[in-house]
Design a protein around this ligand. Structure first.
Ligand code: SAH
Length: 220
């Protein structure tokens, strides 16, 4: 990973975000912290919201969706114990911000988004910033991306009542998945490991994500 810092007018705000919102709350993984210093989060929000990009909350990105709060992103990435050789599946590309972080930390990122406009926005931003080791596909993320399976790690950025079985099937033995599980009002982050072909589930903190939608685009 190239940890050279990106210099832009938001650089100081980004460093403040990392120290006060992440490190101060217990995020310690150097790879995650450095990736979050490096990725220009303001490039992944609508232009009118750039000034708010480093605030301690989610922000709207269009289509009724949100870019997740920095802390929850960091917590999910840290718990996945990502390696530089990992091939990762992301469900819910949204803005592409997490895709960028994964692209810096890991070897290959495959990301599925059901909204065509969001996928196009994310792809444009990632190309502009010269990320190369990612692919985005428009489709139903509950089905994963069989062509590139098995994955070392899977990150689901939308909440589901039950972990989608196809995703578990595309995880390698010993692989890890982070997924918010539960109804819209009451979700918990689950860390699922595949051990001897079976899921081993650890329940982490409560969280609040937009739903992982069932059905084709624009149905919900
Ligand atoms: N990591 C993103 C989070 C976006 S919010 C970011 O920080 O910007 C969750 C995303 O999941 C939304 O973009 C939503 O459109 C997408 N999504 C919801 N259901 C989906 C499904 N079944 N398949 C693929 N993407 C889905």
């Amino acid at each position: 990973m190239d940890f050279t810092s990106q210099h832009d007018r938001f650089r100081e705000q980004r460093e403040a975000m990392v120290s006060s919102q992440l490190a101060a709350r217990g995020i310690w993984d150097r790879r995650v912290l450095e990736a979050m210093v490096r990725v220009p989060r303001h490039e992944f929000v609508p232009e009118s919201l750039r000034r708010d990009a480093y605030e301690d909350r989610p922000l709207p990105i269009g289509e009724g969706q949100t870019i997740s709060q920095p802390y929850i992103v960091a917590a999910m990435l840290e718990r996945l114990a990502l390696q530089s050789t990992d091939r990762v599946l992301e469900i819910g590309t949204g803005s592409g911000y997490v895709t960028a972080l994964l692209a810096l930390i890991c070897a290959e990122v495959y990301s599925v988004e059901r909204h065509m406009q969001l996928a196009a926005f994310a792809e444009t931003a990632l190309n502009r910033l010269e990320y190369r080791n990612f692919r985005i596909r428009v489709g139903d993320g509950r089905l994963g991306w069989l062509e590139y399976a098995p994955f070392d790690a899977i990150l689901v950025s939308a909440a589901t009542r039950e972990m989608p079985p196809a995703l578990f099937g595309q995880m390698r033995e010993g692989g890890r998945m982070m997924v918010p599980v539960g109804p819209s009002s009451d979700q918990e982050l689950q860390l699922i490991r595949r051990i001897n072909g079976r899921p081993e589930v650890r329940i982490l903190e409560g969280c609040r994500f937009v739903p992982l939608v069932e059905g084709p685009e624009n149905s919900g």
